[in-house]
Design a protein around this ligand. Sequence first.
Ligand code: SF4
Length: 211
Amino acid sequence: MNHRLTPDEIYFKLYQMFPHAEAELVHNNAYELSIAVMLSAQTTDIAVNKVTPALFEKFPSVYELALSSPQEIETYIKTLGLYRNKAKSMFNFAHEVIGNFNGEIPNTREELMTLSGIGRKSANVILSVIFNVPAIAVDTHVERVSKRLRLAYQNDSVLKVEQKLMRKFRKEYWNKLHHLLIFFGRYHCKSQAPLCETCPFTSFCYYYKHL
Ligand code: SF4
């Protein structure tokens, strides 16, 4: 049977599964989340959370970061992939935040995306988690799950997936939805071994149908 659930039904089922879904990158403010998001590219949140305590102790704000050097920053993030590029981005980011935004992390997508190391996905995470602005960040989990749940077509771009999710779900659900889809993708609908036998979405799942 191909019984498709409405977006509202999907939202509430996900909510029941993961009522406590939230950002797993440890942070205390907009600066720390911006850096953590930047570091999380092609790396797990767990790996990022291991390096950030020492990193933020040494560089508690953009000012300490700007007075450092990419080489010094590298020593704190060496265990992460792409650490050289990330250190450079962090250094430039700090100077840009100080020079263009008086040292404050900006709160619009357009401004955030002018900063080194911050793309659309990262900007959406910062907007929704820190500034409570409705936004849906599409990472690898959100993209995979959205396509399996037929909320987007298999060959849709990341931007297209984001636009479709925004169209299908109520705006007041967006910020929680982003975390729900990540948790569902990370802990249930995993990339390689999804837990289909205990999934409420088998009746219309694209992946399950093609198993
Ligand atoms: S049926 Fe399997 S692949 Fe489909 S959404 Fe559920 S866990 Fe994911």
